[in-house]
Design a protein around this ligand. Sequence first.
Ligand code: AMP
Length: 304
Amino acid sequence: MSLLVVGSVAYDSVQTPHDHRKDALGGSATFFSIAAALFHKPSLVAVVGEDFAERDVHALEHAGVDLSGLERAEGRTFRWGGRYSVDMNHRDTLFTELNVFESFKPQLNDAHRDASLVFLANIQPGLQLSVLEQVGCPRFVAADTMNLWIAGARDELLEVLSRVDAIFLNDSEALELTGCRTMVAAAGELRAMGPPLVIIKRGEHGALVFNEDDIFYVPAYPLEAVIDPTGAGDTFAGGFMGYLAETRSFTPENIRRAAVVGSLMASFCVEGFSIEGLRRLTLDDVRRRYSAFLALTRIDALAL
Ligand code: AMP
C-alpha cells in the first residue's frame, strides 16, 4: 500500500538540560518518513529552502524515503527552536520561522494522488486541507496537529478532523481542543468531531488508543537516558503508519500492534538528537525491543 506524508522539513535548534544543537535536521515529515521507511517506503511532500544541505537530502534518501515531492524554493528552510524542562516532560517553543512555508502550496503528482495511506503531519491545517482536496480515494488518512493551530486556525482544523480516519495529538492538546478534563472524555469528543480512531500521546507516559469500542494503553518503553524528545510524536506516527502500510490490515488487533511499533520507534528517536537515534536502526533492533516490550507488559489472569 502506498504511503504519502505531507509536513515540515526543518532545521531545529534544541536545548535540553544537558546539551544543545543548532540547525539540526528535523521537521514533522522528516521524523515521520524516516521512521515509516523502516517498514514501507513513504513518499514525502514538503518544501525546503536554498540553504537545505545535500547531506540532509542524502540522509532522507539513504533511509529509503521517496523525495520526488520535495520542492526546493527560494528563501530559507523552515526553522523551529525549543527548550526542554529539567525533567524533559515540558517544552517551550522559542521561535517558529515559517520561511519557505509561507508561500508553500503542496502539489501532488499522479502517484501521490493515488496513495492508499496519507499522513497529514503537523503543518498549517489549510495546507492539510489542500492535500485532502488533491488525493483520490485513500484507504486511510491520519492527521497530527499542535497547540499553535488549535488556538490560531481552529475552524480549518475542525474541517480537517471531519475528513480523516485518525487523529494523533498530545494529551494537553486533546484537552485544549475539546475543553474536556479527562482523556476518555476528550477522546469521545474528538471522535464526535469525525475520526473513528483517536491516538492521544502522553510522552513518557505512553499513549492511549481509542478505536471504535477498543481502548488500548501502550506504555512508553522505559529508557535509562532520554537525550532529546524532539520528533517523538512524529516518529510514533511514522512507525504506526509504516507498519500498517506494510501489513495491510486495519483490524483492532493490528492497530494495537501498530501502536506498540509506534511507541518503540519513538523510544529509539529520543535516544539521540535530531535523527541520530533513527538513522542506523534496523528491523532486528525493532524486533528485539518488541520482544522486550512483550516481556515487560505480559501478565497472567488473576489467580483468585
Ligand atoms: P514533536 O516533537 O513530535 O512534536 O515534533 C517536533 C518537530 O515538529 C520539530 O522537528 C519541528 O521542526 C516541527 N515543528 C514544530 N513546530 C512546527 C510547525 N508550526 N509547523 C510544522 N512543523 C513544526
